[in-house]
Design a protein around this ligand. Structure first.
Ligand code: Q9C
Ligand code: ZN
Length: 678
């Protein structure tokens, strides 16, 4: 299995800059690279990465996307004086040339291809290329928007040609539309291109109709271009997450890419003068971690934009930390997408519905005139006070914030969110099980638990089950694991038990030793005591085949599946549509996943779920498994190994319709569940 995170940085890419007064381009400065690299050093991330060297791309490689004439024209700029450079630059939109531009553009592309080579040949698992010039605006025969050669588009063609890669996902999270990349692949079904971008109904640069949600690709590539236009500024963590849950992730899982290229622009982060968005740096750790279960972990990040040096460097560090396997810090801010974001999401889903089974069952209505819709929303648009009043970061998103104030905000914000990861990743307790993976984990001794100790955890009528001897034995393994996790001596744990009923008591125990909120996800059958169903500190999602709708409320959510279906697809669908939004809203400080023996769900699908649940509580999760044959796979997921794709993703219509109904009931209370205006 490939391991390690590659990092590419080379000072030579700082050797060009703007030589005349040209406000459109003044923000694209060499310090963007050095500031990013310095911050990586400061956080000790550079030495944790595998440093890769840079090379110049060849003309043949450039020609994978660009025309001969354009290549020659760019070459000629190396010998121009300032006047000539100026008039050459003005033939294009928002780009400047310098005598070193050609050399740097070749290094920038070469760095990108080095990263792709290292990932595709399994020398590393994933990586980040710090490059300039950026690439995603550049076209076959045009420079544009600070971009000269389209690094990511060429990388995709290169991977297809050199490695026979059949499905490539490009995630363009830069705040501008990568129209150059879109144009390259608009008729190509082997490349799924996703871009979100500031759009403001075409008022924002590059002001193209083709950046709207209605541009979905052409010919056999129809359905393989996904545009998410943001029609308001101020989009934040909840909006970005909602876009991933509602659109990108379901489509990406269905597409099943062999490689993911990320056009990683950080002008979509808070404080950026171009984007004017509000996502905080740790949001990029979450977005990264959400992509890591895909493509067998083969992720290549390539820098695009990002013009607030502080925000750029912090966000980039968060991304690299995630690539290295560190759990993401919890996200701040109110977990509610704004109305404008939800309108965009609904329109994109409606456009793509004919092409993707994961989108097939949704509201297919397009909202043409957004101003006439005013439904169901507490927040109509971001008003910069949507961060909770109790948050010390209140008002952080003021667009007029001075640089000094912004740095003060960032200093305190980063100090608040960064915690030291436990030195040990995974612990286990219980009887010996044959599992090679468990040998890589810390064994924790079980302890004796008395009935009295347990009976104070659950009230009244539910104590009867405590007579059960095996329950006490199970808890004797579970409690020490939760102790270790909560003391941060380990990050996560796994245990095999005969009955899942211990899981509800485990959740309560987590609360008593200090977690403010727990997420308990049960897949299989378990007795959930009434007082735990009613406990607002414990969000219980209970996925089963038998109906247990007693005591349903916003904190006890049964998802009852129809008998005799295989449910791998349904489980993933439920994960994106419901479980992840619920969990982000609840903000658990401990996650407990309990899985039964005969759930009809493949181990691999459960492993994906296990990996995704590590997005919460800084990865503090306890897996309670009824079946010992799941242990190897689930432990591997807890250890952060890469996962193969889930085999078949069949959706059962009945289950999907049931989920949609459930969403309708829950969205009033759990706002992140809402992804249509209805
Ligand atoms: N009045 C990247 O982020 N702005 N490029 C032009 C015209 C150009 C951004 C404004 C922004 C280019 C890679
Ligand atoms: Zn950009």
């Amino acid at each position: 299995m490939a391991s390690g995170t590659g990092l590419i940085y080379d000072e030579r890419m700082m050797s060009y800059n703007l030589l005349w007064d040209f406000p459109d381009c003044s923000i694209e400065i060499p310090e963007r690279l050095s500031a990013s690299f310095d911050k990586l050093k400061q956080y000790g991330l550079v030495e944790r990465c595998v440093q890769l060297s840079v090379r110049e791309a060849t003309e043949e490689e450039i020609s994978l996307v660009h025309s001969e004439d354009y290549l020659e024209a760019v070459k000629s700029t190396a010998f121009m004086n300032v006047e000539q450079l100026k008039s050459f630059s003005y033939k294009y939109d928002a780009v400047y040339f310098h005598p070193n531009s050609n050399h740097c553009a070749k290094l920038s592309l070469g760095a990108t291809l080095q990263l792709v080579d290292a990932v595709m040949s399994d020398r590393i698992r994933n990586g980040m290329a710090l490059v300039r010039p950026p690439g995603h605006h550049s076209q076959k025969s045009d420079a544009c928007g600070f971009c000269i050669f389209n690094n990511v588009a060429i990388a995709a063609e290169y991977a297809k040609q050199r490695y026979g890669t059949k499905r490539i996902l490009i995630v363009d999270w830069d705040v501008h539309h990568g129209q150059g990349t879109q144009n390259t692949f608009e008729e190509d079904p082997s490349v799924l291109y996703f871009s979100w971008h500031r759009y403001e109904h075409q008022q924002f640069w590059p002001n193209l109709k083709d950046s709207d949600y209605s541009a979905i690709g052409k010919g056999s590539g129809t359905g393989f271009t996904i545009n998410m236009p943001w029609n308001k500024v101020g989009m934040g963590n909840a909006d970005y997450l909602a876009a991933f849950f509602s659109i990108l992730l379901p489509m990406a899982y269905e597409f099943n890419p062999e490689l993911i290229l990320v056009s990683a622009g950080f002008d979509s982060a808070i404080g950026d003068p171009e984007g004017e968005m509000c996502a905080t740096p740790e949001c990029f750790a979450h977005l990264t971690q959400l992509l890591m279960p895909l493509a067998n972990g083969k992720l290549c990040f390539v820098l695009e934009g990002g013009y607030n040096l502080r925000s750029l460097s912090e966000s980039l560090c968060m991304t690299v930390r995630a690539l290295l396997g560190n759990p993401a810090p919890p996200l701040i801010g109110q977990m509610q997408p704004c109305l404008s974001a939800v309108e965009t999401i609904q329109n994109v889903r409606a456009m793509h519905q004919p092409y993707w089974k994961f989108l097939k069952y949704h509201e297919a209505h397009i909202i043409k005139d957004p101003s006439t819709k005013k439904l169901n929303f507490a927040i109509e648009e971001h008003n910069f006070e949507s961060v909770e009043a109790t948050d010390p970061e209140k008002n952080m998103t003021m667009p007029s914030m001075e640089k000094e104030d912004f740095d003060v905000f960032m200093d305190s914000h980063m100090k608040n969110i960064l915690v030291l990861a436990p030195s040990e990743r995974t612990a286990w307790a219980g009887d010996e099980i044959k599992s090679a993976k468990l040998n890589q984990c810390l064994k924790v001794e079980a302890k004796e638990i008395s009935m009295e100790e347990v009976s104070i955890l659950i009230s009244g009528g539910d104590t009867a089950q405590l007579e059960n001897k095996s329950l006490l034995l199970s808890l004797g393994c579970i409690f020490p694991l939760i102790d270790k996790i909560s003391k941060r001596e380990v990050q996560n744990g796994i245990v095999v038990v005969p009955t899942l009923s211990s899981s509800a008591i485990a959740a309560r125990y987590g609360i008593t030793i200090g977690a403010s909120r727990v997420l308990l996800l049960v897949v299989g059958e378990a007795d959930i005591p009434t007082d735990i169903k009613a406990d607002e500190k414990i969000l219980v999602v209970y996925i089963c085949r038998k109906h247990d709708t007693m005591g349903v409320n916003n904190y006890f959510i049964p998802i009852c599946w129809k008998e005799d279906n295989e449910c791998d697809g349904d489980l993933l669908y439920a994960t994106f549509e419901l479980i992840l939004p619920l969990a982000y809203s609840h903000r658990p400080e401990l996650v407990i996943l309990a899985v039964g023996g005969n759930t009809g769900i493949e181990a691999l699908a459960l492993a994906h779920l296990t990996q995704l649940l590590q997005l919460f509580a800084e990865g503090q999760i306890l897996v309670i498994s009824q079946a010992s044959d799941l242990v190897e796979t689930l432990t591997s997921s807890l250890l952060g190994d890469t996962l193969p794709a889930v085999g078949s993703l069949v959706l059962n219509q009945e289950n999907v319709l049931m989920l949609m109904k459930l969403k309708q009931e829950l969205k009033q209370h759990w706002k992140l569940v809402q992804n249509s205006v209805y």
